[in-house]
Design a protein around this ligand. Structure first.
Ligand SMILES: Nc1ncnc2c1ncn2[C@@H]1O[C@H](COP(=O)(O)OP(=O)(O)O)[C@@H](O)[C@H]1O
Ligand SMILES: [Mg+2]
Length: 509
């Protein structure tokens, strides 16, 4: 037993233990208090000094000591001066079940450091989604954390942290492990082209990559697909809430769309003038289409500035992406060469594609046997921000609000969760909170968390790179995590491969 202290006072909001001399306890550590029929798991949320000696005398004595007046050894007595640790009871575990504690541990109980066996009740569920290892303070325990993946995915996830705290690494770990599974399709909109692993290790290095990953890029490496869309496949609603449009511009768009559902963009770009549409509206729209689609009129013919949009290829791109998602594949869209608005438009087009496909399947009763679909979006406030949604709904907002019914979920990545409306934040039923210095961002996370983590603010501020707190409606407790470094997965994999290459003592390499 590794006893670290004894309970001396407190109540449900905080149990106070006196720390044993010579041990070190950190913020966020998990401790255990044992009873006859089970044990409490407690977490450290505050640490303070305690002393038997009155404050006045301590100050005086400290002053005398500083001035080296005399040897005041009673001041250093470990019996009269000590550290107090404030704990929150987070779980009571009995041999058959575990639940939130409804009573306090016994007065004067000994409190120990947690051991791996104490967490063995955390089992690997069906359709697992892997998050990382359990962490006690900064100590990593060898216990893998999984939640039921299809539940988590369809009820939306939020990944939040300041820059450099390990969001992208976490997404690599999540998506890499998801390649082992068949229960979910995954759409990754990748503005930094960091997930596929074009130039270093990435998802392409997974053993299942060949039949599970489809990679689209405007400059694809060998074997990948070209990201190109035929303008005929773009619909007016793809622009809603992503490209800013006035009432008059929307009216104009639908006027052209209703007349020719395939060539409406081209017709607007080439139109000299149009009855019922002001010249200004038409001109502004042409300018916007030039920005977004890179199209303009040259001597009465349509001209394309970029290779992303076309009028003679990419007719099946949207359908391809949606089909792949429906078949449980991971589709990575490299949008690193596209401007912000175009990136969101492309992401929105595919998101809309899978959402309407699944809504359709649902109305016909065919959805149950399909994999769920997860859509990963970086810097989510660009599409889920209050200011954006106030201007009008977009497909990402729609999915955040009603995607669950159709088994489509979002993974919203952000540094600034406070920009996302409260009801949408609350709708993200699993949150992975990583180091966040700004207190208003922490408050937004804490207020919208499935578990009561009101005591965790300081812990969250002090989380190091790769450390996280997982809160979810699908977990009974908020779980402190350490995310493995993505590159380390390959070190382990290599070792396994190496072990396998010796068979009955014969080296197969
Ligand atoms: N779990 C981790 N363990 C160790 N180092 C990490 C971990 N996650 C990230 N890092 C390091 O921090 C750097 C920044 O991480 P990154 O995931 O790009 O942060 P973010 O996306 O939040 O800006 C990485 O390049 C990596 O070196
Ligand atoms: Mg990142």
């Amino acid at each position: 037993m590794d006893i670290v202290g004894k309970i001396v006072s407190g109540d449900f909001s905080g149990i106070i233990i006196r720390q044993k001399t010579g041990v070190d306890i950190e913020l966020g550590e998990l401790l255990v208090a044992r009873e006859n029929n089970g044990y409490f798991i407690l977490q450290v949320f505050d640490i303070s000094y305690g002393s038997q000696i009155p404050e006045r005398i301590r100050s005086l004595a400290a002053g005398l000591k500083l001035e080296e007046v005399s040897n005041l050894s009673f001041l250093d007595s470990e019996l009269s001066n000590f550290i107090l640790i404030i704990l929150k009871p987070i779980l009571f575990v009995t041999p058959n079940r575990y639940h939130l504690p409804k009573k306090l541990p016994k007065f004067f109980s000994a409190v120990e450091r947690i051991r791996e066996e104490d967490l063995s009740f955390l089992e690997k569920p069906n359709r697992p989604l892997y998050f990382g290892k359990i962490r006690s303070g900064s100590r990593v325990l060898d216990i893998d954390v999984f939640l039921r993946g299809d539940d988590v995915i369809t009820h939306h996830m939020l990944i939040s942290a300041s820059t450099g705290k390990g969001k992208s690494n976490l997404v690599k770990v999540l998506t890499y492990n998801l390649l082992n599974e068949t229960y979910s399709g995954l759409l990754v909109i990748d503005p930094h082209d960091e997930y596929y692993g074009r130039t270093k290790k990435g998802l392409k290095d997974h053993p299942n990559a060949r039949n599970k990953i489809v990679y689209f890029s405007t400059n694809p490496p060998p074997g990948a697909s070209t990201l190109i869309l035929d303008l005929k496949t773009i619909k007016p609603w793809h622009l809603t809430g992503i490209v800013t449009l006035t009432e008059a511009q929307i009216e104009c768009i639908y006027l052209f769309y209703n007349r020719d559902k395939e060539n409406w963009i081209e017709n607007i770009v080439l139109a000299e003038r149009e009855e019922g549409v002001s010249a200004v509206t038409l001109d502004v729209l042409k300018r916007k289409f030039n920005n977004v689609f890179g199209v303009s009129s040259e001597d009465g013919r349509i001209s394309f500035r970029s290779s992303l949009f076309s009028n003679n290829s990419g007719v099946t791109t949207i359908k391809n992406v949606v089909d792949n998602l429906e078949n449980g594949k991971t589709v990575i869209i490299d949008t690193s060469k596209l401007g912000g608005e175009v990136e969101l438009l492309i992401g929105g087009i595919f998101a809309e594609g899978i959402f309407s496909r699944y809504r359709d399947l649902s109305s016909k009763g065919y959805l149950q046997n399909k994999p769920c679909v997860s859509i990963i979006i970086e810097e989510a406030p660009r599409v889920l921000g209050k200011d954006v949604l106030d201007k009008g709904a977009n497909i990402f907002g729609t999915i955040a609000r009603e995607g669950r019914k159709f088994r489509v979920g979002l993974v919203a990545i952000t540094q600034l969760p406070s920009l996302i409306p409260k009801e949408i934040l609350a709708n993200m039923n699993t949150k992975i909170i990583m180091g966040t210095e700004m207190s208003n961002e922490r408050s937004a996370l804490i207020e919208s968390s499935p578990q009561d983590i009101s005591e965790e603010s300081r812990n969250i501020a002090s989380l190091d790179i790769g450390e996280a707190l997982l809160t979810s409606t699908f977990s009974k407790l908020a779980i402190p995590l350490k995310i493995p470094l993505f590159e380390d997965i390959f070190k382990v994999d290599k070792k396994v491969v190496k072990d396998k290459t010796t068979f009955r003592g014969v080296d197969l390499e």
